[in-house]
Design a protein around this ligand. Structure first.
Ligand code: HEC
Length: 214
């Protein structure tokens, strides 16, 4: 046997060891500048919302105030296969929707044969119940004839409602929630105590009235 075999074997072994060493060293080198953050942060602080999940809901009034009726008209394209919206327009698979905001739910002016699922709901269309209806007709009126899945985006629903409202209804939009947070009002109260003092009880009254009315 050639005794150079041992030499070859020695070199092979040696280069293997060097390669292994290099791999380990380079791994450390390339990782040196990376932050070593654990996948899950250690503990949650009570009262602080975690950054993932917990979708923040924008109040409907705020969405309506920002809504663009032109966008709403585009969204209405999804409804046109079943609905007309012009004054005196024909009923199709669904009823004519001219002036529907403010009208009694599921009654319709144009003699459309509504399902009892919808006509039994009661009340009139406003921004709140229309928002629910458009989000999921099935959930709002189980058994409804309106086979439309719903609009999942709150912005689309708001834009559509403003558009609908402009077509012969013209209900007043709900006032957007006061932009000024409590601290600002308190600060303003220092300068003009009359104003701050007036506002606070007015709000309390409204809150007290609501349950009494029922
Ligand atoms: C596949 C056909 C179809 C589509 C698409 C459709 N609708 Fe309807 N819609 C109906 C039917 C049918 C009814 C009657 C439901 C019932 O009687 O249960 C209805 C009822 C309604 C009502 C109640 C009217 C009233 O007088 O109470 C509103 C409001 C309405 N649709 C709005 C919309 C809007 C807005 C869209 C688009 C986002 C839309 N619909 C898409 C078929 C449709």
């Amino acid at each position: 046997m050639d005794d150079r075999f041992n030499t070859f074997a020695g070199w092979a072994l040696f280069s293997g060891i060097v390669a292994l060493g290099l791999a380990s060293v380079s791994a450390r080198y390339f990782e040196a500048d990376k932050e070593h953050r654990p996948h899950e942060m250690g503990y949650e602080i009570e009262g602080v919302e975690s950054s993932d999940g917990g979708e923040e809901e924008v109040p409907l009034a705020t969405l309506l105030a920002a809504a663009d009726p032109t966008k709403g008209e585009q969204v209405f394209a999804k409804c046109k296969s079943c609905h007309t919206i012009d004054a005196g327009g024909a009923n199709g698979i669904g009823p004519n929707l001219h002036g529907v905001m403010g009208e009694p739910v599921g009654k319709g002016a144009g003699g459309f044969a509504f399902s009892s699922a919808l006509s039994g709901i009661g009340g009139s269309w406003n921004f709140d119940n229309m928002n629910e209806w458009l989000a999921s007709p099935k959930a709002f009126a189980p058994g409804t004839k309106m086979t439309f899945a719903g609009l999942s985006k709150p912005e689309d629903r708001a834009a559509l409602m403003v558009y609908l409202n402009n077509q012969g209804s013209n209900l007043p939009l709900p006032p957007p929630p006061a932009a000024a947070p409590a601290e600002e009002e308190a600060a303003a109260g220092d300068e003009a105590p009359g104003e701050g003092a007036e506002e606070a009880p007015a709000e309390g009254e409204a809150a007290a009235e609501a349950p009494a009315a029922e």
